[in-house]
Design a protein around this ligand. Structure first.
Ligand code: AMP
Length: 121
């Protein structure tokens, strides 16, 4: 599927919509999730136009990939979850329940996250 430049994170990256910024560098922007699921819930988005993890893995440059991974680590350190631990979540597509079609990793922590997945039925 083609990247949709009108998705909400693209608008945040272009400064058309405000965000509660946590971190920014050449490769990534991080901001607090508008509907936090844990005490700490930050979204880290790459600045390039990548819909999801698969398109990023296939098409991003080595510099973009390295920069993005380092940015996620820097965010975890900046918000102070690296000591007690945290969870990274990247949802993709329909089965992954991805809502916003611009790659983002959720950094959640500040309290225990519990078991990784629960059976739905
Ligand atoms: P996902 O299901 O992985 O696509 O997650 C999308 C996340 O984006 C959800 O946790 C939403 O609460 C969050 N979200 C949606 N709009 C905004 C926004 N304008 N600012 C911050 N977070 C947002």
């Amino acid at each position: 599927m083609a990247y949709d430049p009108e998705n909400i994170f693209a608008k945040i990256l272009r400064g058309e919509i405000p965000c509660d910024k946590v971190y920014e560098d050449d490769h990534a922007l991080a901001f607090n999730d508008i509907n936090p699921q844990r005490k700490v819930h930050v979204l880290v988005v790459p600045k390039g136009e990548y819909e999801d993890w698969s398109s990023f893995a296939a098409s991003a440059s080595n510099a973009e990939i390295t920069g993005y991974v380092r940015a996620i680590g820097a965010v975890a350190q900046k918000v102070g979850v690296d000591v007690d631990g945290y969870r990274l979540i990247a949802n993709q597509g329909e089965n992954g329940h991805q809502e916003v079609p611009h790659l983002h990793v959720h950094v959640v922590g500040g309290e225990r996250s519990g078991p990784m997945l629960k059976r739905k039925d």
